[in-house]
Design a protein around this ligand. Sequence first.
Ligand SMILES: Cc1ncc(COP(=O)(O)O)c(C=O)c1O
Length: 423
Amino acid sequence: MSDRPFFSNLKCRECGRLYPKQAIHICEFDFGPLEAAYDYDAIKESISREAIESRPKSMWRYRELLPIDGAPTVGTQVGFTPLVKADRLAARLGVKELYVKNDTVNYPTLSFKDRVVSVALSRARELGFKVVACASTGNLANSVAANAASAGLTSYVLIPSDLERSKVVNSLVYGTNVVGIEGPYDQVNRLCSEIAGKYGWGFVNVNLRPYYAEGSKSMGFEIVEQLGWKTPKHTVIPMASGSLLTKIHKAYTEFAKVGIIDAEPFSVYGAQASGCSPISTALKKGTDIVKPVPKPETIVKSLAIGTPADGYYAIRTMKETGGSAEDVSDEEVIEGIKLLAETEGIFAETAGGTTVACAKKLIESGKLPRDESIVLCITGHGLKTQEAIHDKCGVPRVIKPSLREFEALVADELAGLETAAAS
Ligand SMILES: Cc1ncc(COP(=O)(O)O)c(C=O)c1O
């Protein structure tokens, strides 16, 4: 390993001014967002495919490209979720080569948010924070609550008060302080900025945002490694703030920059629900001015951010890579959840249904080619959003514990099975 620090500074995305590695997130000169910057030459000397492959199977095997100074102390087992070759879903969608990056089984809280939280809380500890907090549409709250509990940190999670019951329980159980706010996510976020300013707590997606956001890159690094050190030609990504999309792009380009892979062209595509689609609507209109959605109306609560912090950058990224965006109705989201479950045995939350449904639409419109590799980023587990689907997939057929009743119930199906076996 090189003795030079890999993670060198924070840097304004607009003017490029450098800042010290503190709990700050906005440039004082032009209000541009601050982002982690690295010494790529030093990383190039240290990192290799072999070194990465020799490390434990977690997101921290890419530690040179993650913004902490020492060893990670929170979420050390997060990541390295399966990349599933989704042949049955591919057949249904009419494409040749399809993969599902399955973060429904991310540890410990079953969404990709464990990636961002593990970086944010590891950095929060390095910076000396004792209280950590977040504004959340649900999954982030779950992850902050769980990871703070295991790290012995006090946590506060602020959420819109009308979230799915499972998302709320999945925060409360860890003994965190859950505060429901009467209003949409944007108002939760505004309040969190005020609290962060006044109390100096470590808000993972406010003053710790430059660290938090970088955690999403690990999903992109894993996809490349699991594809045999190749970048997929097309990646479909759900968007709320738009951060995950920009960071998967950053991951693919950083791997080329440090010599892990050859730079090859790729495109990224964003997925949203039509009831809150500020980013895809702007992109489809051909503008990069994102018009806020003051009152999101969709079952896809995890993606319901009306004023997306990284919307402008997500649009730029999609345009620059030759990708695009799509949005779908709540009915299409439910169809997407069922299609993924029935073909691949993966139960995704509403954000996953959105991604599958948007991919289907992009394929049908010819924007996603049928004969090149496609990865769908499935980012959260369906058990967390059961309300969305519980009356949409039928009910069990109930009988007495009797073989006669069972045979009467399945008589037609048995005949069908016998015919199929004989043919
Ligand atoms: C399950 C899930 N997928 C995707 C996203 C989108 O994340 P981002 O805000 O980085 O666009 C979220 C955000 O909360 C989420 O909960």
